[in-house]
Design a protein around this ligand. Structure first.
Ligand code: FAD
Length: 389
């Protein structure tokens, strides 16, 4: 199908949390917006665990960010489950826990709702359409074909962003590879979101059990290729479920009812998130907490900023360079710290003995701070120790 229009103020590539948030924000400010998504069905297949901190936790996590209303007040129908604590297991099996109020959202419904909101705000939506940036034009293929011109292009097209490549903004980003099973009939703690560390269970990352209900959970592993030494991720996850001394007691009887996989940027900051008339938001811009791989909140904060800055630029009351400054103010420190923490922990992750030692040094409140991208004193000491090895 050829499209009836070929000029827009703003084209947003990708209708994930970043893209739909950007499209809604820009359309609400009066811009003429098109939102382009390659999937046939926005939000599906799901490639995510859907775990999000409650709004109070988010405000502590990103104190300077403008939290979109759609992130603060998620409709109850998209919330599958609520958790109240985070439990972290060292390679030795010792656990520490701290309170974290969390929501597990149904990403399929949640992403669709965000796209519906963008449409209601006036954005045109093109599904099953792939966009590729070539010079100043977006070449479309799939359900809609042809070329579009836009005064601003927002690349919200995920971790392997074609828009970033087209704009020559792509950078060497280390990626985590994630595999996750939804499992039913498991014997878990329904109040907990759990992380497990260890060279066998999760080389260069962590494994997780996130309760989705009384006896249903998302069970996954995120690892990095450099640490996998040729092992298949599927074997790593299956071994975790079958052999981990603690996890196996919870998961052994479970049945896998869904399989999800995908890439997560390891959080390295790109050299630029704005170049000419192109802005990058969400995973495409590395807006991910490197300490956890959690990207939904940051993608939505990034999307809101990108959409608003782009619309103001169209109105003639702002410039696109405002976007990187706004991101730096709203989440720059947290992003930088989380990468620094990841770099320190990376060195420890090569050895279970070192990870056990790090775990012993951090009391639960400092562990929580670390997860939030704050660098507690104990971690600074660890950094000195590692530097002197
Ligand atoms: C297995 C797994 C589990 C995860 N669990 C969690 C979790 O529990 N909590 C959390 O906060 N984060 C989690 N994440 C990370 C989270 O999913 C991402 O950070 C988040 O989805 C980023 O949103 P986004 O809008 O930037 O990108 P995406 O959600 O990836 O959306 C990008 C969209 O762009 C579309 N697209 C790509 N290229 C094109 C193109 N050329 N043309 C048109 N459309 C295109 C894609 O189809 C996609 O719909 C997980 C990731 C994985 C892989």
């Amino acid at each position: 199908m050829r499209y009836d229009r070929d000029k827009f103020d703003i084209a947003v590539v990708g209708a994930g949390p970043a893209g739909s948030t950007a499209a809604e924000a820009a359309a609400k400010l009066g811009a003429d917006v098109v939102l382009i998504e390659r999937k046939r069905e926005i939000g599906s297949p799901v490639q995510c665990g859907g775990f999000l901190p409650e709004v109070g936790e988010l405000r502590d996590l990103l104190p300077s960010a403008n939290i979109p209303e759609t992130l603060a007040e998620i409709p109850e129908r998209h919330i599958l489950h609520r958790t109240s604590l985070q439990r972290i297991y060292a390679p030795s099996g010792k656990a520490k826990e701290f309170p974290v109020r969390g929501r597990v959202v149904d990403r399929r419904g949640f992403d669709r709702d965000l796209a519906w909101r963008a449409a209601r705000a006036g954005a045109r939506v093109l599904v099953e359409t792939r966009a590729h940036l070539e010079g100043t034009a977006l070449r479309l293929s799939g359900r809609t074909s042809g070329e579009l011109e836009a005064k601003v292009v927002i690349g919200a097209d995920g971790p392997s962003s074609a828009t970033a490549r087209g704009a020559k903004m792509a950078f060497r980003q280390e990626m985590g590879v994630c595999l996750e099973y939804e499992m039913a009939d498991v014997d878990i703690d329904p109040a907990a979101a759990e992380m497990y560390f260890g060279t066998r269970s999760a080389p260069g990352g962590y494994a997780w059990i996130i309760a989705l209900g009384e006896d249903v959970a998302n069970v996954g592993v995120g690892a990095r290729s450099a640490y996998l030494h040729g092992k298949r991720l599927r074997d790593v996850l299956d071994t975790f479920i079958r052999d981990h001394p603690i996890a196996k007691e919870k998961l052994q009887r479970g049945e896998v009812t869904a399989v999800m996989r995908g890439l997560v940027p390891a959080g390295d900051m790109p050299p630029a998130i704005q170049k000419g008339n192109v802005l990058l938001a969400g995973d495409a811009a590395g807006q991910v907490m490197a300490t956890s791989g959690g990207g939904i909140p940051l993608a939505m904060v990034g999307g809101l900023a990108a959409g608003e800055v782009a619309a103001r630029h169209i109105e003639g009351v702002g410039v696109l360079r405002d976007y990187p400054s706004r991101i730096a103010t709203e989440m720059g420190k947290e992003l930088e710290n989380s990468v620094r923490i990841r770099q320190i922990v990376d060195k420890m992750m090569k050895s279970d003995r070192l990870m056990d030692a790090l775990f012993a040094m951090l009391p639960p409140d400092q562990m929580k701070a670390t997860q939030r991208g704050q660098i507690p004193k104990a971690l600074d000491r660890v950094q000195d120790l590692v530097a002197n090895r």
